[in-house]
Design a protein. Structure first.
Length: 119
């Protein structure tokens, strides 16, 4: 998908607000962010992964990473957020093939956020 297709109908001001959001911290690992059929952008694996694998941090030192910003909700998620020290990490709860979207249950994420000392 091209940048023009991805951002069709989205104002430049909105794009810049997302890109320059002060609550995000840069991190790239075993995932990519791209257009989602669920909602807006989503987090997708770049390789096949197994249940229990960590995709990467969702929040480091109280600041979101792209994982924390773009992971979408599902009633049948394939991942969950876990506290590791004071950070949130996205851990797969199911085997996931390459190029599949990673999803979480937002209720589970809220429960973990309440335990996190940064919130």
């Amino acid at each position: 998908m091209t940048y023009a297709e991805l951002t069709a109908g989205v104002s430049e001001a909105s794009i810049q607000a997302i890109i320059r959001s002060p609550d995000q911290r840069s991190y790239w690992g075993l995932f990519k962010v791209k257009a989602s059929s669920i909602d807006g952008l989503g987090v997708f694996t770049v390789i096949s992964m197994r249940a229990g694998d960590q995709l990467g941090p969702a929040r480091i030192d109280g600041r979101r990473t792209p994982i924390g910003r773009y992971t979408n909700h599902s009633d049948h998620p394939n991942a969950e957020m876990r506290l590791v020290g004071r950070d949130l990490v996205l851990v797969l709860s199911k085997n996931v093939e390459k190029n599949r979207e990673i999803t979480v249950d937002y209720a589970q994420v809220l429960r973990v956020n309440r335990e996190n000392p940064w919130t």
